[in-house]
Design a binder for this molecule. Structure first.
Ligand SMILES: NC(=O)c1ccc[n+]([C@@H]2O[C@H](COP(=O)([O-])OP(=O)(O)OC[C@H]3O[C@@H](n4cnc5c(N)ncnc54)[C@H](O)[C@@H]3O)[C@@H](O)[C@H]2O)c1
Length: 355
């Protein structure tokens, strides 16, 4: 008899920090905990981050939470932010912002690589704004550099002028290029704006050298970011791994997200440091539906799968979760963002029934 999930899974033990955050965060984190309970025997330590932490401690991320995260095997986060804290910042620009918790965590854990797999579920091909024949077979990974570039450069105002500086070092490009080449199955597409930007010329030279010296067997192509944005919607099946810098990656990964039809479907992993990785859905805290029980937990479940694969080294358990999600969708599971009526609870039951 083939082993079933129920008789082979409760073997993984690890300490997971769960950070529910704000809005729908606690609802989808509760669903993730139910899923994890069916997958293995984990130790949990739950903490506040983002707006919840601002309300309790006056800061989006406390030293204690950082220390707990550093000492863990993996960090699972739901989402942060909401109108309440946006209003506080509008009234006082020096007020703490929920996203500072997320940025602080990524920086502290040295998470320089953000991985976003985009693989539209076969059952959802018609939910995409693109035609089925364009996206069928799409299975790509966006590898975004996360701790350098314009988001971390010096910025300021001088009278009626503002500036945001963008800098990259060779070392920063080398390490993200290695993550991309190691993740590739058929090729790596490196995306830059080397016809205009000096940081992009350094990026392209460095990726080319790392490729020649360390990964000559992996096909490599370079694309300008404007061309990449176009090809992502015109022929998404032509990509395997896309590696790019922070700002371009932020934009391209959201564009790629739409191939799946809903933000509620996309997971992400941030890895690269010596310590634990951070696993979280791509979507935000969805304040418009918080508390209604309508949140789609599938991006969170996908993040659990990425945590199992990239954070805890159990690719089989990860594949089990992913195929349970696919099967639930094939059976007709649709939350409101996918045009259905299933609640978070219904979606959780449907996936658990397929584990
Ligand atoms: N990583 C993060 O924590 C993160 C990312 C993006 C935005 N945010 C924050 O979230 C807040 C809301 O931002 P936003 O409205 O621009 O983006 P959002 O992703 O929260 O929501 C955009 C739209 O998608 C829907 N949606 C998102 N996730 C869903 C899910 N799981 N199930 C069903 N529907 C879902 C929402 O209801 C909303 O209509 C803001 O405070 C923003 O700063 C946080």
């Amino acid at each position: 008899m083939r082993p079933t999930w129920s008789n082979r899974l409760p073997t993984i033990t690890a300490t997971i920090i769960t950070l529910p955050g704000d809005g729908i965060g606690p609802e989808i984190m509760a669903a993730a905990r139910e899923l994890l309970a069916a997958v293995g025997d984990f130790h949990y330590d739950e903490h506040m981050i983002g707006g919840a932490s601002i309300d309790a401690h006056g800061t989006a991320l406390t030293e204690e939470v950082l220390a707990a995260c550093r000492a863990s095997d993996a960090v699972l986060l739901a989402a942060v932010g909401g109108p309440k804290w946006d209003a506080a910042v509008a009234a006082d620009p020096a007020a703490p912002r929920p996203e500072q918790g997320l940025l602080g965590l990524r920086k502290d854990l040295g998470l320089f690589a953000n991985l976003r797999p985009v693989r539209p579920s076969p059952a959802l091909l018609d939910a995409s704004p693109l035609k089925r024949d364009r996206i069928e077979g799409t299975d790509l990974l966006v590898v975004r550099e996360l701790t350098g570039g314009i988001y971390f450069g010096e910025s300021g105002r001088d009278g009626d002028t503002a500036h945001d500086d963008c800098a990259y070092s060779v070392g920063e490009v080398e390490r993200i290029a290695r993550v991309a080449f190691r993740s590739a199955r058929t090729k790596v597409t490196s995306v830059d704006k080397a016809n205009v930007l000096e940081t992009s010329r350094l990026w392209r030279e460095t990726v080319t050298r790392v490729h020649a010296e360390e990964f000559p067997g992996v096909p490599l192509e370079h694309l300008l970011v404007d061309n990449a944005a176009m090809q992502l919607v015109s022929r998404p099946t032509g990509f395997d791994v896309i590696v790019t810098e922070n700002l371009f990656g932020d934009i391209l990964s959201d564009e790629a997200a739409m191939l799946t039809g809903s933000l509620g479907m996309l997971p992400s992993a941030s890895i690269g440091g010596d310590g634990p990785g951070l696993f979280e859905p791509v979507h935000g805290s969805a304040p418009d539906i918080a508390g209604t029980g309508k949140a789609n937990p599938l991006a969170m479940f996908g993040s659990v799968a990425l945590m199992l694969r990239h954070g805890l080294g159990d690719g089989d358990a990860a594949a089990g979760v992913e195929s349970a999600v696919d099967r639930a969708l094939e059976e007709g599971l649709r939350t409101s963002d996918l045009g259905g009526e299933a609640t978070t609870e219904d979606a959780t039951r449907a996936v658990l029934a397929n584990l």
